[in-house]
Design a protein around this ligand. Sequence first.
Ligand code: SAH
Length: 252
Amino acid sequence: MVYFVGAGCGAPDLITVRGAKLLQQADRVIYAGSLVNPALLEDTKPHCLIQNSAKMTLEEVIASIVEGSNQNECIVRLHTGDPSLYGAIREQMDELDKRSIPYEVVPGVSSFCGAAAALHAEYTLPEVSQTLIITRMAGKTPVPERESLRRLAEHQTSMALFLSASLAKEVQNELILGGYSPNTPAAIVYKATWPDEQCFRCTIETLAQTLQEHRITKTALILVGDFLDSQYERSKLYDPTFSTEFRKASKE
Ligand code: SAH
């Protein structure tokens, strides 16, 4: 059986219990070497074959999975964070479908969750924003024009930008041209949940400068939005004057 497993975004104990058990059982692990914490590979069986996909093409990854599958192996394809975000898993699943090789996907803790945890932040604050946009600056991989950063910026939601740390100047300009005020709070989280995690708070206007000062060009998320500010309304869910399905409002 083949399992696409989310490794979580850094700390090895952030993998799910299901993912960790599969790693222990695996005969073959193909891991995304650029971002998966190698400490996760320590619990594998002594004869487990371990391959780093950073050095492989899609064809090579599929050939390895097919080889393992022909030998009835338990195969773990280990992706960073959650595999459904910028994980390039769809193309692998389609190749397996073509060959009628069954697989399952095990979700993981994405870096946007790790980054919020590091900052003690909540993306969805009442009266501030109830929407999180997960996106990226167009790079080698283009972004459709209708979802360009400038157009998404019109909404002034909470936003998490993946794969964009090396393009901060453009990010900053596009966000401002799109509608965010230049002094909107922003944050950079480098290697969220890794031992060398670093967080920097700034504004949209100072994003590029902050990244440059700290020499960060990769493995970082850029977060923007007023959720990083201190102003918000408290939730209705825990408000004593509101009833919920589980709790009656207290009488004033
Ligand atoms: N599937 C992954 C994302 C892979 S794309 C996930 O769910 O997190 C790679 C990008 O993710 C990086 O360029 C960076 O923007 C972000 N990223 C991955 N791990 C990170 C971490 N620990 N801290 C901050 N950003 C991270």
